[in-house]
Design a protein around this ligand. Structure first.
Ligand code: SF4
Length: 325
């Protein structure tokens, strides 16, 4: 039950910065909106354009049709957009055979990892991909090369037990949305066993993942609980929750919407940390703050870890130069 304003207990909300949308997500959503504006409905999108239910439902209402595979698209000559996570090479090849108009919204930082893997392969190296099985980005990166060319390693233990075909011809790449600390442990385990292993010049974990984890590390030790706004299938959001728990926050939850808050778990707190994964829009953060403000006398403080302005990726060429409606 809501209390009157005078009786509300105080709550300090510590808002992590940066949080929420990254440049790759903005580009992917803009790509769908501009494709709808340029080509009209329906526009097909293979897989959730980004892992956020609110975003997907908003685009669905505007005319996007989400499918998991191209064989669910009944027509020829219609646009199909590949999600920000990237796709195996077989997918654009199939789109070409079907005469679909393929528009690639793969984040350029994922494409960069694809190119790295191809370069290692051309240099005769066996490739270790550090990542999580089943995530579409991992499926996409492994699918840049023939089966067996890229081998998945998920943990430091797996790295310790990895058997290379030729230890002198080995390279690693990573998923972009991993835990910075876990990945450092896995890379260390690989380097301890294979000192000549080739790796990225600058790491593959993207700036957005790194910066959002850094902000959570600042806030986690000084709050009673942390809410990460994001979807359960969002890798970078899941990692933010883990980072909060590992850095001294006694309770952390990943929530999609304010309506998902279990108030029994947030009853006796004085300080709440709040952040959002890279695919979660700011409106959902505002919704959560409003919900707490109905029950607490909320005082919001932004805790900034890294300045992140001015990062922008150009749109796919098929939809450049035309504003979305
Ligand atoms: S989280 Fe990183 S890799 Fe993924 S879309 Fe955003 S910027 Fe690109």
């Amino acid at each position: 039950m809501m209390t009157s304003s005078a009786a509300k207990p105080p709550l300090k909300v510590m808002l992590c910065s940066p949080r929420g949308f990254c440049a790759g997500v903005v580009r992917a959503i803009d790509t769908v909106e501009r494709t709808l504006a340029r080509y009209g409905k329906p526009v097909y999108v293979r897989h959730e354009i980004v892992h956020n239910r609110y975003v997907v439902e908003s685009l669905r209402k505007k005319g996007a049709v989400f499918v998991e595979e191209l064989d669910e698209i009944p027509d020829e000559d219609v646009p199909v957009i590949f999600s920000a996570h990237g796709v195996p090479k077989s997918v654009p090849a199939e789109a070409g055979r079907r005469n679909l108009l393929a528009i690639d919204a793969t984040c350029p930082l994922v494409t960069k990892v694809h190119r790295e893997a191809e370069i290692h392969f051309r240099r005769g190296r066996e490739i270790v991909l550090i990542g999580h099985a089943g995530h579409p980005e991992v499926t996409g990166t492994m699918g840049q090369l023939a089966p067996g060319a890229v081998r998945l390693v998920q943990t430091a233990e797996e790295a310790t037990n990895f058997v290379a075909n030729d230890p002198s011809k080995l390279a690693y790449v990573t998923q972009t949305t991993l835990s910075v600390d876990d990945t450092a442990d896995i890379v260390a385990a690989l380097k301890a066993r294979f000192p000549d292993i080739a790796g990225p010049h600058k790491e593959d974990i993207c700036y957005a993942t790194t910066n959002r984890q850094e902000a959570v590390k600042r806030v986690a030790p000084v709050v009673d609980a942390m809410i990460v706004v994001g979807s359960p299938n969002s890798s970078n959001s899941q990692r933010l929750k883990e980072v909060a728990l590992r850095n001294g926050c006694p309770h952390a939850e990943l929530l999609q919407r304010a309506e998902d808050i279990d108030w029994g778990r947030f009853g006796a707190i004085a300080r709440l940390g709040l952040t959002a994964g890279a695919s979660a829009p700011e409106v959902l953060i505002e919704e959560i703050i409003d919900s707490f403000a109905a029950r607490y006398a909320v005082d919001v403080e932004t805790v900034s870890a890294v300045e992140e302005s001015g990062i922008f990726f150009p749109l796919p060429r098929q939809v450049r130069g035309e504003a979305a409606e």
